[in-house]
Design a protein around this ligand. Sequence first.
Ligand code: HEC
Ligand code: HEC
Length: 351
Amino acid sequence: MKKIFCMILMLLCLPVCGMTGPLLPVGKVPVPDNNPQTEAKVELGKKLFFDRRLSGDGTMSCATCHDPNLAYSDGLEISLNYPTTRNWRNSPTLINVAFQKLLFHDGRASSLEEQALFPMMSAFEMNQNLDYMEEEIRAVPEYETAFTEVFGDGDTSRERIAMAIAAFERSLVSRDAALDRFLTGDENALSPEALQGYAIFTGKGQCVRCHGGAALADDRFYVLGVQENPEHLNDPRIAATRRFVAKVSHFEEYRTLAEDPGRYLITNDRKDWQAFRTPTLREIALTAPYMHNGIYETLDEVIEFFNAGGGKDNTVLKPLHLSPTEKEQLRVFLEEGLSGVPVDFIYPKIP
Ligand code: HEC
Ligand code: HEC
């Protein structure tokens, strides 16, 4: 009964608030019950996020690869790395990451709390020993005070470090993009060209099939046939990273693995071979290069990829036959429509 009532209410509301289709404005940030947001916790998380103590050799913080000046990404095809190693995937933006249910290009982590410890332990990212890190943080009197204020005592456990960092990440929300104003009733929020692009995004281009909701991402995985970068395939350090990840994911033929298996490493299901998670499109103007391996420098290249019906052997995309004008309009929508008010940022004082 309650459900039916809600549905009627939503239907009545649709024409009024303009919420057509599955696109949603950025709303309230989802917060887990066991890690409520407090100002002091966000502030502590921010300090930890920028603290190079979190890496083994003290040269890297989370912000090294998620730089606030680069929309919390690092602007590179494949991300930076721990000295002497190489990363193998593109660093995603952390803006609006709170709306993403599964994290990483292959969805390996299901909460920000769980995710935060991966890069610290990763041999090719921060290469830190967590037992040591807990003591290193505890040895700093300012941190002990801050942990006591936030958690009730000075215990600097890895779980608490991850909780504080997750709280900080949940504060990185970009609001009031033209799309949000449009979806909540401002008919003039999108320029005429962006409005045409919106129509293609939700119509002929079928982008909204996967890029829906508030994050413009459906938390699902698809085999789009994005090609491997030949340069990456020939780099022995990237090969080492790829084999290492496959080995610790219990992939038997890791020694001969020559490509990124994507979601398959998590599910062991053949249909997930080279499937990757739909990423958010919010702030897309700022987060080039694109795709899990950063193969595309520009949005025009990405649009051309989808227009051509995706890559080799993909099962989900078909050619779209967009005209040059339509492709242009789609790009204008992505650039203008999805950029919110810049997330304000003041560099924290690291104790
Ligand atoms: C050396 C570079 C590097 C460092 C340092 C780093 N990251 Fe990342 N981060 C990446 C890359 C690359 C990915 C994508 C990896 C993948 O999908 O396999 C990623 C993914 C993420 C994601 C998932 C985003 C999404 O959309 O799924 C979050 C959240 C994140 N990092 C937070 C952090 C935090 C917190 C720290 C510090 C504790 C950190 N990162 C340190 C490179 C880095
Ligand atoms: C079948 C699902 C699906 C459809 C339809 C789809 N996408 Fe995607 N999109 C994805 C997935 C999955 C990725 C990530 C691929 C990867 O990382 O290799 C992606 C990546 C992107 C990226 C790069 C994002 C980034 O940060 O790297 C852009 C931009 C994009 N899509 C725009 C579009 C547009 C525009 C359309 C419509 C023309 C569209 N997508 C249709 C699933 C889809």
